[in-house]
Design a binder for this molecule. Structure first.
Ligand SMILES: O=C(O)C[C@H](O)C(=O)O
Length: 498
């Protein structure tokens, strides 16, 4: 059985487009159950936003998350089949990615930079993908495609334990120190065994397995592996990290595990988090044509009712002063209206280089809020495409420089380091958290967006955005109270007492 090259290219295009808009239904089911059970108001509100966002993305056929991901493709080629192509298989996959990213009906965000070490220049078409090929007996080509967000990929961890050491303990300890940059609630994939590279690969593959923790919990474990997964699920959730690290009952929806043999001297363990934007699809090509993907019915998404709508104190941010922002309390929800600036990794790095050369910044940050975001380009009718927050922790090193400009505050996701929290308090500034994984919903609050500096950085340029009722939580207030510290501590204790 021959498989024409274009079947692969077109299937990758369609699959990448499909996963950008549709959460797998097992993910939605587990998320909805977590929302129903959640008793932490902040975490419940965040899960509610992620669920509403998910439904809106499916309905609007727009990306679930502004980080439309790094494409990872696992191909299993039947040894009775032949791929009719003069190009390497990686080139076919990359061409599919290029087509997906250039699709005008739903443009995606180009997030890949080449090379990673020096130039870090955006490739503008999201290539290259990561392609893994295996051979299997029989005919056909099995493909699993996932779009992996950078924030969760950054939290991949690896160790080689002594053979007698407890994997469970290592995973729980690692999760405790992982922070919220991976956008919980999500999944944890574990790869155990092999050498270093095999363990990592297994962990990533494990994330593509169906989510079935609710079924396991309902019927009880049937074997040692199910018992191991339930123990980990229970112990990780008992840490109280909660949605977005705000403190709550669900940090992981499931723990997926893949194992293989290992050397007698070692027990390699790879831990791979999957963020709230869990995106993957599996399909098979048999030479009869490119794969087709049927959108799931909208009835897959629960109706959360008016309870899930963001409420909070309305705040006008034009002309904002630090004295006004100092009135905001950690944990409070605000609905921001007015003009914000944006900037993320590359823009901050460039600003730091300008400062080192004694140059004036192209934008005045005094009295402003900066939003750490790299949005998706808009389609007709949108001011901006999906535009959720990126991980603020990466901007910590630049924060003293930014606070010295007179900046009032920052908007992003996940915790800030202790030195940054201290710097925020010393300046009487604030840090506000938006919900990671609610990018399309957040974009509905953005009425206009224009690039004001560093246009060559693409999605990493500095924009000015007009926002109306942008929902944020005060994550570090002007006194240095940090909810990413207090929230998990409180919920860990509550869960422990339950
Ligand atoms: O790149 C982004 O927009 C987000 C990133 O995936 C992150 O979670 O920090």
């Amino acid at each position: 059985m021959d498989i024409p090259a274009d079947h692969i290219v077109e299937s990758v295009h369609r699959a990448a487009q499909f996963v950008s808009c549709f959460h797998p239904s097992d993910h939605v089911r587990h998320l909805a159950s977590a929302w129903r059970r959640e008793q932490s108001p902040a975490a419940r509100a965040a899960i509610g936003q992620i669920l509403i966002n998910s439904r809106m993305a499916a309905y609007g056929r727009r990306p679930i998350c502004q980080d439309t991901g790094m494409i990872v493709v696992f191909l299993r080629l039947g040894m009775d089949s032949r791929i009719r192509s003069t190009l390497p298989i990686e080139a076919l996959v990359n061409e599919g990615v290029r087509r997906a990213w250039a699709d005008e009906r739903n443009p995606l965000r180009a997030s890949m930079v080449a090379d990673a070490l020096f130039d870090r220049r955006n490739t503008r078409d999201n290539t290259p993908a990561t392609t893994h090929v295996e051979l299997m007996p029989g005919p056909g080509l099995e493909i699993t495609l996932s779009a992996k967000g950078g924030g969760s990929e950054n939290k991949a961890r690896f160790t080689v334990l002594n053979p007698a050491a407890s994997v469970e303990d290592w995973v729980v300890q690692t999760m405790e120190g992982l922070g919220a940059g991976w956008c919980p609630p999500g999944l944890i994939g574990l790869g155990i065994g092999g050498g270093a590279e095999m363990a990592m690969l297994l962990a990533k593959q494990a994330l593509n397995a169906p989510i079935d923790m609710l079924d396991l919990l309902a019927r009880g474990p049937r074997d040692r592996m199910e018992e191991f997964r339930i123990n980990l699920y229970t112990r990780i959730n008992a840490l109280g990290i909660g949605a977005q690290g705000l403190g709550g009952m669900t940090s992981v929806l499931d723990v997926k595990v893949a194992t293989t043999a290992s050397h007698a001297a070692s027990k390699p363990v790879a831990l791979m988090p999957q963020c709230a934007a869990n995106r993957h699809v599996h399909f098979r090509l048999d030479g009869s044509g490119p794969a087709d993907f049927a959108p799931p019915p909208l009835s897959d998404w629960p109706d959360l009712g008016p309870e899930a709508a963001a409420t909070g104190r309305r705040v006008q941010i034009d002309g904002l002063t630090r004295a006004q922002a100092a009135q905001w309390q950690a944990g409070e929800t605000l609905l921001l209206s007015g003009r914000i600036l944006t900037g993320r990794d590359a823009a901050h790095k460039r600003l730091a280089e300008m400062q080192a050369r004694g140059e004036t910044f192209p934008v005045d940050f005094a009295g402003r809020l900066i939003y750490y975001v790299g949005p998706v380009d808009p389609v007709a009718g949108e001011a901006v495409g999906p535009a959720g927050p990126t991980t603020s922790t990466r901007m910590d090193a630049f924060t003293p420089m930014m606070l010295d400009t007179g900046l009032v505050g920052m908007i992003g996701k996940a915790e800030r380091g202790p030195a940054t929290v201290q710097a925020i308090a010393q300046h009487g500034a604030v840090y506000l958290a938006a919900t990671g994984g609610a990018a399309y919903l957040i974009a509905r609050s953005i009425r206009a967006a224009r690039v004001v500096a560093f246009a060559d950085l693409g999605m990493e340029a500095i924009y000015e955005m007009d926002v109306e009722d942008l929902p944020v939580t005060v994550a570090v207030d002007a006194r240095g109270t940090a909810i990413h510290r207090t929230g998990p501590a409180e919920w860990r204790q509550r869960i422990g007492l339950a």
